[in-house]
Design a protein around this ligand. Structure first.
Ligand code: IDP
Ligand code: MG
Length: 149
């Protein structure tokens, strides 16, 4: 069982894609362990994108992610990190596979609708930035027995 941090970025919220994005992850089988609407502060955004500090797109990316409300969630499931990245699609929407969120709803890397953790260490670090432990809930859904042996 893995957990991953997903963010529906300000463009996804403003374009009214929240339901559509959650629907795709949920339909695949991923379970929502935490969910909230929030506005990211500059301090939090800089911590989130710390690995990109010094790159030409850092400032623009921080400005954008703090520009409006976002939906943050913790998704849980077998292989949740890789599965969520695949459902999101490649970083650059014009290179993302058709059928992925970024390909189906975007055109440019600067407005690519969703964030998802890229590995187990990143997921643990990012989840701790956005959620208190008690905000993440472990539970079983009735249908979970149909998703895994
Ligand atoms: P990821 O979101 O697929 O993990 P990263 O390389 O970690 O991709 O980049 C983080 C975010 O920074 C991207 O999702 C995108 O919003 C932004 N970004 C990355 N590269 C560029 C770029 O070349 N121009 C503008 N924004 C970029
Ligand atoms: Mg990344």
């Amino acid at each position: 069982m893995e957990r991953t941090l997903i963010i529906i970025k300000p463009d996804g919220v403003q374009r009214a894609l929240v339901g559509e994005v959650i629907r795709r992850f949920e339909a695949r089988g991923l379970r929502i362990a935490g969910l909230k609407l929030m506005q990211i502060s500059r301090e939090l955004a800089e911590a989130h994108y710390a690995e990109h500090r010094g790159k030409p797109f850092f400032e623009g990316t921080v400005k954008f992610i703090t520009s409006g409300p976002v939906v943050v969630m913790c998704l849980e499931g077998p292989n949740a990190i890789a599965a969520a990245r695949q459902t999101m699609g490649a970083t650059r929407p014009h290179e993302a596979a058709p059928g992925s969120i970024r390909a189906d709803f975007g055109l440019d890397v600067s407005r690519n609708i969703v964030h998802g953790s890229d590995g187990p260490e990143t997921a643990a670090r990012e989840l701790a930035l956005y959620f208190k432990p008690e905000e993440l809930i472990s539970y079983q859904r009735a249908g979970d027995v149909w998703l895994k042996e």
